[in-house]
Write a protein that binds this ligand. Structure first.
Ligand code: BES
Ligand code: MN
Ligand code: ZN
Length: 490
């Protein structure tokens, strides 16, 4: 519903600062040293910045935080945000500063006096916070104050323009994910989801939609079993980005349960409306594919999403049912609410069977247990390969997206014993996120480096963070984009 803020770059011109309308953001070194643009603002405001630099308020501010001067004398702007930031900020400090600027950017145009400071992390911070999902608010006064056009005054406008391209591409990807996760399930049905993915063809992605006949033909019976109770049909969508010659692709796999009632093992009604975000994994895969295509990444990446709805009905699967996966292993469905792993089992197998990927990463709002373990600050990471796990954790850290590795092991796997089938779909209350990951690992070939990311706690948040307004966060799009850049791009 939202596209990243309209951003323009203008060459630094201290003389024009007095006449800038709207709001202005300017930077002050922690020691109070001023660049030429800050010096000009200081002169025009008769020393307001110098006074702030010597104040206790400024001393208490952390790098990346801002202090607003409203209706300052000597300039036309209605407010000036003074942001504390070193000349060579860390990415984290720069993103924080960006978030502070985005919060300051409301209802009037904003000019950021960046000068020679590095742009990408700061712009990313601004764009991440400049998002609102207000598609269904009819009354103007109910909508959040819109972010207005952004103009950035820089020493080298051409270089800034070039650097901004990739940042905006990734922001578009994040916003796509947030839009998908924010949509209610009566709008974002499986077929509507598939339609929105097909539209990505315009960006040069190859998109295929597998319908129920095709899934039946492939033997994806654990995925189809979840979908049986729903009126909206199962779909698997395959998105290929071919930017990397003939190398084997990285495969991204997403859980796309457009609504999770729990099925016959129905969930309690309190809070059930949140399960409209149970397609979050598929949303992140879609957003990452969009970002890679928009910035024309020099890598081969294939995104696969399993789209189903988990509903109770006369045709729905029941506890005790035994279903056969595409791999051939049978599963006893003890709990129909442990449906995500049934969907992923078949899509993971299909991804390896068809693409022999160089590595495979799945994302899923898989377990409530991961929220008990890690809260909303970190996604749970599981892997069969230390090198790719370390690379993913490093990418997440660099992007400021929380991630924490949890263990796998044969003792946990034992919990999945079934009295009738090759395995049960649940392993009991203890270590619920780990036994879920063990279930997935049964559908991962030994030779495939694989990471599973449980995003149940981080895909959607009830409070604002530095990087996202409350609601859908798009957690993972930036991490995956960074991982591709660091590890898979030529
Ligand atoms: N979609 C849920 C997990 C979830 C919970 C996501 C809270 C986001 C927020 C998943 O399908 C589920 O229901 N998992 C069960 C598994 C259990 C039945 C073994 C759970 O976590 O309770
Ligand atoms: Mn469930
Ligand atoms: Zn679910």
């Amino acid at each position: 519903m939202t596209t990243p803020l309209q951003t323009t770059f203008v060459p630094a011109d201290a003389d024009s600062i007095a006449e800038i309308e709207g709001r202005v953001a300017v930077f002050l070194d922690p020691e109070g040293a001023m660049d030429p643009l800050a010096r000009r603002v200081n002169r025009l405001t008769r020393g307001a910045l110098a006074r702030l630099a010597e104040s206790d308020a400024f001393r208490r501010m952390k790098p990346g935080e801002g202090h607003a001067l409203s209706m300052p004398q000597g300039v036309r702007a209605e407010a000036v945000l003074v942001v504390k930031l070193p000349k060579k900020p860390s990415e984290e400090e720069a993103r924080k500063a960006g978030a502070a600027i985005a919060r300051f950017n409301a209802s009037v145009p904003l000019t950021v006096l960046l000068g020679a400071r590095p742009l990408p992390a700061l712009l990313s911070g601004i764009l991440m916070r400049a998002y609102a999902f207000d598609a269904y608010r009819k009354r103007e006064e109910d909508k959040p104050e819109p972010n207005r056009a952004l103009s950035v005054m820089v020493n080298d406008a051409e270089a800034a323009e070039a650097a901004a391209g990739a940042v905006v591409a990734v922001a578009e990807g994040v916003f796509f994910t947030r839009d998908l996760v924010s949509e209610p399930a009566n709008v974002l049905t499986t077929t509507e989801f598939a339609d929105r993915l097909e539209a990505l063809r315009d960006l040069g992605l190859e998109v295929e939609v597998l319908d129920e006949d095709a899934l039946e033909e492939l033997g994806m019976r654990t995925l189809l079993a979840v979908s049986r109770g729903s009126e909206t049909p199962a779909r698997v969508v395959v998105m290929q980005w071919k930017g990397g010659g003939d190398e084997k692709p990285l495969a991204l796999v997403g859980k796309g349960v457009v609504f999770d009632t729990g099925g016959i093992s129905i969930k309690p009604s309190g809070g059930m409306e949140e399960m409209t975000m149970d397609m979050g994994g598929a949303g992140v895969v879609a957003g990452a594919m969009k970002a890679l295509a928009m910035r024309k990444a020099k890598a081969n990446v294939v995104g696969l999403v399993g789209l189903v709805e988990n509903m109770p009905d006369g045709r729905a699967q029941r506890p005790g049912d035994v279903v056969k996966s595409m791999k051939g292993d049978t599963v006893e469905v003890i709990n129909t609410d442990a449906e995500g792993r049934l969907v992923l089992a078949d899509v993971l197998w299909y991804a390896q069977d068809r693409f022999e990927p160089a590595a495979m990463i799945d994302l899923a709002t898989l377990t409530g247990a991961v929220i008990i373990a890690l809260g909303h600050e970190n996604a749970g990471i599981f892997a069969n390969d230390d090198a790719i796990a370390d690379a993913l954790l490093a990418a997440a850290k660099a992007e400021g997206e929380g991630a924490w590795r949890l263990p796998l092991g044969p003792a946990y796997d034992k919990k999945l014993k079934s009295r009738v089938a090759d395995m049960a779909n649940v392993g009991g209350r203890d270590a619920g996120s780990i036994t879920a990951a063990q279930f997935l690992q049964r559908f991962v070939k030994k030779e495939t480096p694989w990471v599973h990311i449980d995003i149940a706690g981080v895909a959607y948040r009830k409070d604002d963070t530095d990087f996202a307004p409350k609601g859908a966060t798009g957690w993972g799009v930036r991490t995956l984009d960074r991982l591709v850049r660091d590890r898979y791009e030529r």
